[in-house]
Design a protein around this ligand. Structure first.
Ligand code: SF4
Length: 289
């Protein structure tokens, strides 16, 4: 009988929820204790289906827009932030707002406002339609251009006499935006941007964690995260780019045990919106398999 090789599970570090997501989840938890009557949350509090379903089962009502919230009710703004138009609407409708916007996202909003006030044009590097991008663009809609790719950066049309300041969607890594920033810098050598110390490195650090495991020789990567979490999908891509297969799983049920049976060194990580209890559930499941 051939002996089965010893299987090893490597846990990435860092992995899982970033500080902004942890804070947003804690805020909704606390509000559930305090608020009498229904608690509304505008947009998904974080991009994780398990978190959203758990809150839903505890009575939280998720809405896309504030017109779905009755006047006077309590509403939480998600970790991704909102535009001033949304804040104004909440005031007009007399809603009781609890703002769970990550402080680092708020910092980006302030950079946009301050630099637009100085007469600069803002270039935002991000994904079209992302909740965070919509909130950030709303801070200075007439002075901001969204750039989603190097091609966008190459064809950007800004008058020569305008100073330009760039900001980035916080859930993109430095690696992902490097090409775009370089193209912008080539075209706009005087372009300004945030200090290195003002950038959130949560996504970059989680991608570096995957690269480290790849270097240690994993032959498969499992990423815990939801399909609408772009930073979780990127973790799969980082592994795949290095020639290592990867799967994104939202829960234990989505593990492909047939595939995992053929792997020896399995890496496990989680996107910035996936709580650690999901990771530990998968660790236990694989240990018992
Ligand atoms: Fe905040 Fe960074 Fe997490 Fe964005 S990725 S929510 S900025 S900690």
């Amino acid at each position: 009988m051939t002996e089965q090789p010893q299987k090893t599970l490597h846990l990435a570090s860092p992995r899982g929820v970033c500080a902004g997501v942890e804070r947003a989840i804690a805020i909704v938890d606390q509000m559930l204790e305090r608020v009498e009557g229904p608690l509304y949350v505008r947009k998904e509090i974080v991009h994780n289906q398990a978190v959203v379903q758990d809150f839903r089962s505890r009575g939280v009502i998720f809405v896309d827009e504030l017109d779905e919230v009755p006047s006077g009710a309590s509403v939480v703004f998600s970790a991704h932030g909102v535009s001033p138009a949304v804040r104004d609407e909440a005031n007009r409708r007399d809603l009781r707002v609890v703002d769970a916007t990550c402080p680092l996202v708020t910092k980006v909003h302030k950079q946009v406002v301050n630099n637009a006030d100085k007469g600069r044009h803002i270039v935002l590097i991000g994904h079209e339609g992302h909740d965070e991008v919509e909130g950030t663009m709303g801070e200075a809609p007439d002075h901001i251009t969204l750039v989603t790719s190097e091609a966008d950066a190459a064809s950007l049309d800004i008058p020569d006499d305008r100073d330009v300041y760039h900001v980035t969607q916080t859930t993109l890594s430095v690696d992902e935006t490097r090409g775009i920033v370089e193209e912008l810098e080539r075209r706009l050598p005087d372009m300004k941007g945030p200090a290195k110390s003002d950038i959130c490195y949560a996504t970059q650090n989680r991608q570096d964690g995957v690269k480290e495991m790849v270097a240690r020789g994993i032959d498969h990567l499992v990423v815990v995260g939801s399909s609408n979490s772009s930073n979780s999908k990127r973790l799969c891509e980082v592994a795949e780019k290095a020639g290592v297969s990867a799967n994104l799983v939202g829960s234990i049920d989505e593990l492909d045990m047939n595939e995992l049976c053929q792997k020896v060194n399995i890496g496990l990580t989680a996107g910035a919106s996936a709580p650690e209890h999901l990771v530990q559930g998968i660790v236990e499941h694989l240990r018992d398999a």
